[in-house]
Design a protein around this ligand. Structure first.
Ligand SMILES: N[C@@H](CCC(=O)N[C@@H](CS)C(=O)NCC(=O)O)C(=O)O
Length: 192
């Protein structure tokens, strides 16, 4: 297998990249110069016709045609988890992983990054997440693709919204602190 992850500086590629670092999955990191519009040039739109990062290329004779091209960070994350991370081996595990990855990329991301939603949705989601995080990892007993997706967004909070008071959500605060301490996260975010 040969995995290549395409991303830009400070882009969502950090999420699947963090997962690969956590799991020790070997990959080549292809940093696109997005300011120069490299993500809109033919070389990359042949991989993601929408010209957005991240995108993943997996070259492996075992794959149909020997190659798979994927875009959408959530799809990439779930593919990596199932094929290389030893996760999502049953329909139930797959369903739960999809639930959390979609929650992170659709519900949580929208509550954070769409200003009109932030006031209404954000406290509601944080309240429930705070309780849930207090019970341990989101799926089972160890860190998983679900924690990667959700915690990547939570850890954006102090970066993008330092003014938001998280003191009513101590488990969210503790999760952000624990994420920031993980060597794989530090490596990826230090280079982003
Ligand atoms: N839902 C997509 C969003 C992808 C996305 O919008 N990526 C941004 C960078 S974080 C991008 O490529 N923007 C460049 C553009 O839209 O021209 C995902 O999660 O992969």
């Amino acid at each position: 297998m040969a995995l290549t992850l395409y991303g830009g500086a400070r882009s969502r590629a950090s999420m699947p990249r963090w997962y690969m670092e956590e799991r020790g999955i070997p990959y080549t990191w292809q940093l696109l110069d997005m300011e120069a519009g490299e993500h809109r040039q033919e070389g990359f739109t042949a991989i993601n016709p929408f010209g957005k990062v991240p995108a993943l290329v997996d070259e492996d004779p075992a794959l149909p045609g020997g190659r798979l091209q994927l875009f959408e960070s959530g799809a990439i994350l779930l593919y990596l988890a199932e094929r290389y991370g030893g996760e999502c081996q049953t329909a139930a595990e797959r369903g739960l992983a999809q639930q959390w990855v979609l929650f992170a990329n659709a519900t949580l991301a929208t509550a954070l990054f769409v200003p009109s939603n932030r006031e209404r949705e954000f406290p509601r989601l944080m309240e429930v997440l705070d309780r849930k995080l207090g019970e341990g990892p989101l799926m089972g007993t160890t860190w998983s693709v679900a924690d990667c997706a959700v915690n990547a967004y939570l850890a954006y909070l102090p970066i993008f919204f330092p003014q938001i008071d998280l003191s009513p959500f101590p488990q969210v605060q503790a999760t952000i602190a624990a994420t920031q301490q993980r060597p794989a996260y530090q490596l990826v975010m230090g280079q982003r």
